[in-house]
Design a protein around this ligand. Structure first.
Ligand code: 13P
Length: 253
């Protein structure tokens, strides 16, 4: 059975002390109420806090992910972080292709494909984001956009490699806007994504992949979203910065 996953993308937020406080808050809450057996929690802090969060994760309440990775092995790429570096710190997951990286840092599907390769080579599981902008949704192009992002970024992988992925559908118009996709909109496109994967890799592979929803997901709407058969959890931004909200979302399956 595929996992239910709630991943917190902290983006560029929190001081070191605030980050420490957030992890502690999450752990305190998880001591009181346990996560569901099939639920996996992943925390994705900024690079400088990975080790601190990782040290806490030894208690196995959650796993740790990075928010980005460079598409090269190593070398003269000032300011960048390689998959090998993350692997050497035992980081298990990494977000790739977030719409903010596509929009502000020019990440294309081809670059995302290279980043995914780097991660897989280092046994790190990519959390690959896809999703359309508002004009594309209004023009009814969301299916084409998501299909292009998935096929161009990921369809060079073998079926075995593909099984290591987590997919996150994040409609750009819902990110940080307070405007959430309706449960019906989420289910419709998640089912389409799973169908797209099934056409390429077969139903068994498609059924194994967790597909997360992201975009203004919060405790008040998580239950309704996660109740859909093809919505296997969430990639959470704003609500992941607050321990109680985040843990409540993780309890929404
Ligand atoms: P919000 O939950 O703040 O809308 O952000 C979603 C997101 O971008 C997670 O990666």
């Amino acid at each position: 059975m595929r996992k239910n996953i709630v991943a917190g993308n902290w983006k560029m937020n929190k001081s070191f002390d605030e980050a420490d406080e957030l992890v502690n808050g999450i752990m305190e809450l998880l001591e009181k109420k346990e996560l569901g057996k099939n639920t996996l929690m992943i925390l994705c802090p900024p690079f400088p806090y990975l080790e601190m969060v990782s040290d806490y994760s030894n208690d196995s309440y959650f796993m740790v992910g990075a928010q980005n990775v460079n598409d090269n092995d190593k070398g003269a790429y000032t300011g960048e972080v390689s998959a090998g570096m993350l692997a050497s710190m035992e980081i298990e997951y990494c977000i790739v292709g977030h719409s903010e990286r596509r929009a502000y840092y020019g990440e294309t599907d081809a670059i995302i494909a290279k980043k995914v390769d780097q991660l897989l080579k280092n046994d790190i599981r990519p959390i690959v984001c896809c999703g359309e902008v508002l004009e594309e949704r209004e023009a009814g192009k969301q299916f084409d956009v998501v299909k292009r992002q998935i096929s161009e970024g990921l369809f060079h992988l073998s079926a075995e490699q593909f099984k290591s992925l987590v997919i996150a559908y994040e409609p750009v118009w819902a990110i940080g806007t307070g405007k959430t996709a309706t449960p019906e909109q989420a289910q419709e496109i998640h089912a389409f994504i799973r169908q797209t994967i099934a056409e390429k890799y077969g139903k068994d592979v498609a059924d194994e992949i967790s597909i997360l929803y992201g975009g203004s997901c919060k405790p008040s709407n998580a239950k309704e979203l996660f109740a859909n058969p093809d919505v296997d959890g969430g990639l959470i931004g704003g609500a992941a910065l607050q321990a109680e909200d985040f843990v409540n979302i993780a309890m929404s399956f």
